[in-house]
Design a protein around this ligand. Structure first.
Ligand SMILES: [Zn+2]
Length: 92
């Protein structure tokens, strides 16, 4: 018997289910990919909705203020650049 896994952060964008969203590896930029076991839809976890720990945020801001662009910070740390720009905006 398979264990049911429910992760609120993983919702199939196609059928909207949160149950049995399994890991489908990582794409080239290191984003977690998920596969919906119900409709077999493959999708990546959206960086914008993902929560990052404070240390990651602080490190990202430090890197940004040392002269790296928002996009560069995102690339370096594997964070969506939308998220990085969000943090920069909130920090101003
Ligand atoms: Zn689905």
């Amino acid at each position: 018997m398979r264990k049911q896994t429910i992760d609120e952060n993983r919702r199939c964008p196609k059928c909207g289910r949160t149950e049995n969203q399994i890991n489908g590896g990582y794409n080239r930029s290191g984003t977690q990919r998920c596969v919906c076991e119900f409709c077999n839809h493959k999708y990546t976890l959206n960086g914008k909705t993902r929560e990052y720990p404070d240390e990651v945020k602080q490190q990202a801001m430090k890197t940004y203020y040392s002269g790296v662009s928002g996009r560069g910070v995102g690339k370096l740390m594997g964070i969506g650049k939308g998220t990085v720009y969000d943090w920069i905006k909130k920090n101003d």
